[in-house]
Design a protein around this ligand. Structure first.
Ligand code: AP5
Length: 213
């Protein structure tokens, strides 16, 4: 299964992609996680991406698509993948089509998660993440078993730098600008399904599973 998960910042893409990847044996490929890891490791890509991410802006398309071209060629992606956070605009979607055509792995499904803005802000400002394994929690909606500690690996949880409210608003503005043309692009392919992203994590998961044949 070759699947793309679209949706605004905080919609639950990472949460749902983690569960889908576990249950369907898909590679979970998150451009946000890859870029944060590059920033942490101080690579050239990380140095170039950092300022954009801190401002809530998109990292330039050529950097992100080069990173994805390399990632999609790895063995685990050949067996099936779920893309979380890529593509973000029509230029990236066109690049993705070109890469997948070379690999002979055409997309099969694009799930567009829909969540109202007030709920997105609640989800993002309450999010805590594990810097060790990347697991994501929420102070109220999805708390860890012990306060501030990752259930999976025991590390102290942190707040993402770009989850402060001012940056959250900048990210939502970028999304508002780029998303409609991207949805039109995928609507034209017949692959797009809209999924209601409100409700509990399990409720949303069941809705997505209903679309995965
Ligand atoms: P990225 O990491 O991709 O961030 P995002 O798209 O803004 O998405 P988030 O990770 O914030 O949210 P999510 O939808 O995964 O929600 P989650 O499951 O965590 O990108 C970060 C930055 O990197 C970008 O701003 C940009 O600079 C750069 N970047 C990344 N990709 C790029 C690209 N392709 N091109 C250019 N630049 C790129 O859930 C959020 C919270 O809500 C969690 O706390 C979770 O526990 C909770 N939650 C989830 N589901 C529910 C539910 N149903 N009910 C209640 N709470 C819930």
């Amino acid at each position: 299964m070759y699947l793309v998960l679209l949706g605004p910042p905080g919609a639950g893409k990472g949460t749902q992609a983690t569960a889908l990847s576990r249950d369907y044996g898909l590679a979970h490929i998150s451009t946000g996680d890859m870029l944060r890891s590059a920033v942490r490791d101080g690579t050239q890509l990380g140095k170039e991406a950092r300022d954009y991410m801190d401002r809530g802006a998109l990292v330039p398309d050529e950097l992100v698509t080069a990173m994805m071209r390399e990632r999609l060629q790895r063995d685990d992606a050949k067996k099936g993948f779920i893309l979380d956070g890529f593509p973000r605009n029509v230029a990236q979607a066109e690049q993705l089509d070109a890469i997948l055509e070379e690999l002979d792995q055409p997309l099969e499904l694009v799930v567009n998660l829909q969540v109202p803005e007030a709920e997105l802000i609640r989800r993002m400002t309450g999010r805590r993440v594990c810097p060790g394994c990347g697991e994501s929690y929420h102070l109220v909606f999805n708390p860890p078993k012990s306060l501030g500690i990752c259930d999976q690996c025991g590390e102290d949880l942190i707040q993402r730098d770009d989850d402060k409210e001012a940056t959250v608003r900048a990210r939502l503005e970028v999304y508002g600008r780029e998303n409609a043309p991207l949805v039109d692009y995928y609507n034209a392919t017949g692959l797009l399904v809209n999924v209601d992203g409100r409700g509990t994590v399990d409720q949303v998961y069941e809705r997505i599973r209903g679309e995965v044949k």
